[in-house]
Ligand binder design. Structure first.
Ligand code: AMP
Ligand code: MG
Length: 447
């Protein structure tokens, strides 16, 4: 079960209509009138309890664990997978002492003082094709990059520093002992732990495993993440949309995001605002996915069937998280499968996925909890921010500072694409001037 906790009560002026006193007073003076418009579309009725983002994250973190099975796969199949065990090098890298350059090898001790002339023996030592015999003390041998040092060679001089004839080579004084050579195991020693459990494998890790003698790695199966859209207004992208209908933008976005994060996307399709149909779909989904992301219907309205069903199942956590953009997030369990009921708004759905679902899915997938990497960069914008909620702005880095998208409207999908990341503004009140440092988190940090 997901967390059940006491939310913190935060009185917030903007919920109560601070800044709109005139409209509110006017309403009282003239009797029955439509309620005043709120300029903050995330305002909820007074008396609502708000959970700060960090508390919500702490709660999530404490209650989840890995749910995926282990398997062993060849290196060619593990890119993006998560290691299920610590991995130990089978072989040292490099396995033998070898040359770091193309040049000539000899025994350092045999050199006298001053400039040098050494007899050059026949043959050479090349990578993978060793000389096969020892080099006489006081002689030099042609040697290529990566070639094993023959017996009798501990130092190599770069070919550019040498005058080479057919039978001898000459070079200036000043060569250091062991110059241009690599020690056996100077990178990795056989038996060392090279990669830790929970690590997500990238191209560099594949190189390290291969170099140290491993052809296969123990990994977790990919976390299957189901994505479901809800709403009577939705139609399939590219199809004919009737009046009042909109295209389902969230499903392709969330399926794409899940794939980019290295999870296995499972397309659960689309359901209308129909509680019975949604129940059937969730039952099917729980058998196909390890975790379910739904969008739409997550708050408390007449057609918010997602939150209603989770509440009915008795495993609903409606988290009124103090975050913008993002309305109540419905977290719950459905037939043993965790469900993130995301807001329908594409911007809010994306932000809530990045901030809440991503680290949680990381735990379920065996990666453990991790924080996205952010950077303190100067703001190329000005903003006043109210206390009591964390805010995420669509942002991008240009010329060493951070720009934000002109509109904070959470229906503005174009801003998601305009941006290459998010600016995270802390919970407290804040006034940002041009040049003030702000925390920029590139989209790539979430992948
Ligand atoms: P809801 O959370 O269901 O109240 O939806 C909030 C807003 O997001 C409404 O304007 C919906 O039409 C819109 N919305 C919901 N689901 C999607 C979707 N899959 N794609 C695009 N917009 C959506
Ligand atoms: Mg809806």
């Amino acid at each position: 079960m997901l967390d059940v906790r006491e939310p913190r009560v935060a009185e917030e002026g903007w919920i109560l209509g601070l800044g709109q006193e005139a409209e509110l007073t006017e309403e009282n003076d003239t009797g029955l009138k439509p309620p005043p418009l709120r300029d903050d579309c995330f305002a909820l009725p007074a008396g609502v309890d708000w959970t700060p983002v960090d508390e919500a994250l702490k709660g999530l973190r404490g209650r989840l664990r890995g749910v995926v099975a282990r398997e062993e796969l060849p290196l060619s199949a593990v890119l993006g997978r998560v290691l299920s065990e610590d991995v130990v090098a089978k072989r040292s890298n490099p396995p033998l002492p070898n040359s770091a350059v193309d040049g000539y090898g000899f025994a350092f001790e045999a050199l006298g003082a001053g400039d040098q002339t050494l007899p050059l023996i026949e043959g050479r030592s090349a990578a993978g094709v060793p000389l096969g015999h020892a080099v006489p003390y006081g002689s030099a041998v042609r040697i290529l990059t990566g070639a094993a040092l023959p017996e009798g060679v501990d130092t190599v001089i770069l070919e550019e520093d040498v005058n080479a004839g057919a039978r001898e080579i000459a070079f200036r004084a000043g060569v250091k002992p062991k110059a241009n050579t690599r020690k056996a195991g100077e990178d990795v020693i056989a038996g060392d732990v090279i990669l830790r459990q929970g690590l997500r494998l990238g191209a560099p890790e594949l190189a390290l495993a291969a170099a140290t003698g491993l052809g296969a790695l123990p990994v977790f199966e990919r976390l299957k993440v189901g994505v479901l859209s809800t709403g009577d207004e939705l139609v399939e992208p590219g199809e004919v949309a009737g009046e009042g209908q909109i295209f389902d933008a969230n499903r392709v976005m969330l399926l794409g995001l899940v794939a980019e994060m290295g999870f296995e996307p499972v397309d659960l399709g689309r359901v209308g605002d129909d509680r019975a149909a949604l129940r059937v779909r969730l039952n099917e989904a729980a058998g196909k996915a390890d975790v379910i992301l739904t969008s739409g219907g997550a708050s408390n309205g007449d057609e918010d069937h997602m939150s209603a069903l989770l509440r009915e199942a008795g495993a609903m956590q409606e988290w009124r998280i103090a975050i913008k953009p993002g309305r109540p997030l419905a977290l719950g369990m459905w037939a043993g499968t965790p469900v993130f009921g995301l807001p329908g708004n594409p911007v809010a759905a994306l932000v809530c996925t990045l901030i809440f679902a991503r680290p949680a899915m990381g735990v379920l997938a065996g990666r453990g909890w991790d924080e996205p990497l952010g950077y303190a960069l100067p703001a190329a914008f000005e903003k006043r921010k109210k206390a009591g909620r964390r805010e995420y702005l669509r942002a991008r880095m240009r010329g060493g500072s951070v720009e934000v998208f002109a509109s904070e409207g959470s229906g503005r999908i174009s801003g998601l694409s305009w941006a290459d990341g998010l600016v995270e503004l802390p919970d407290g009140e804040l006034e940002i001037a041009q040049g003030d440092p702000v925390r920029f988190i590139p989209y790539a940090s979430f992948l």
